[in-house]
Design a protein around this ligand. Structure first.
Ligand SMILES: [Zn+2]
Length: 251
């Protein structure tokens, strides 16, 4: 015990009595809380780091792939969501005649991207004017300039929370647009309603394989986040849960 007094760290700790400590910035003790508004802005303006599963391949002497021997995690840096949205708009422009049918298929996405980008930039410009920042017609730059002034203006918590919600809404709608969910149907009967067929209300036709798995290829936990859906009884499962239910029923 007596040796502790020789330890400078412990001595310093003892010296810092409660009255000498700086007051907590946020009563309630969340002194180390993150800045949700900054996070929401950066979700749109900072390059995105994602992890993908990539094939591990074997190659011959000429460098041609001869076999896929496994999967490995690969870290990829993507442009910011706003930059990706911008790229999605411009990808529909300057096409040639050979790419006409592809450009046509891509048109709905790019129109959606254009409208989304216009909606965001117009809202960000309004926010800028409200805090007397002159926008420069670059949404990421305007959003950053707005944040720097707005966050120092001691905004009301309700207003700040609403901005955070709007920003996250934009981020998720851009993600949905750039990375639409994929579907894979399953051959099994539904473990809940036992259906092996389903009616499509849109086409009025009957199809087989009612069970479908919906997933996003870039999800970090692809299987964990994937959802199962029965197009006959509209039951929704986690993909693992559905696999288990199918097995239970078969066994
Ligand atoms: Zn069903």
């Amino acid at each position: 015990m007596t040796d502790d007094r020789d330890n400078p760290l412990l001595a310093a700790n003892e010296a810092a009595t409660e009255s000498e400590l700086p007051p907590l910035a946020f009563p309630g003790g969340d002194f180390f809380r993150e800045n949700p508004l900054l996070e929401a802005v950066e979700a749109l303006t900072k390059p995105e780091r994602i992890q993908l599963k990539q094939d591990v391949v074997e190659k011959d002497a000429e460098g041609a792939v001869t076999a896929v021997v496994g999967k490995e995690d690969k870290r990829v840096v993507l442009p910011s969501l706003l930059a990706q949205l911008d790229a999605a708009i411009h990808s529909s422009m300057g096409g040639n005649s050979a790419g006409a049918s592809l450009a046509f298929e891509g048109a709905p996405l790019n129109t959606a991207a254009l409208f989304q980008a216009m909606k965001i930039s117009s809202q960000v410009r309004d926010w800028c004017y409200a805090v007397k920042v002159i926008p420069v017609k670059n949404t990421a730059a305007d959003l950053t300039a707005w944040f720097n002034v707005f966050s120092r203006s001691n905004p009301e918590l309700e207003v700040e929370r609403y901005r955070v919600k709007v920003l996250h809404g934009w981020a998720s709608s851009i993600r949905g647009m750039l990375n639409p969910p994929r579907e894979k149907d399953l051959p099994d009967a539904c473990p809940v309603c036992s259906a092996t067929e389903w009616w499509d209300m849109k086409t009025g036709a009957k199809y087989s394989r009612p069970l479908v798995i919906r997933y996003r290829p870039t999800d970090e936990d692809l299987v964990g986040d994937a959802k199962g859906f029965c197009r006959s009884c509209e039951t929704v499962w986690g993909a693992r849960e559905l696999a288990y239910a199918i097995e239970e029923k078969a066994g």
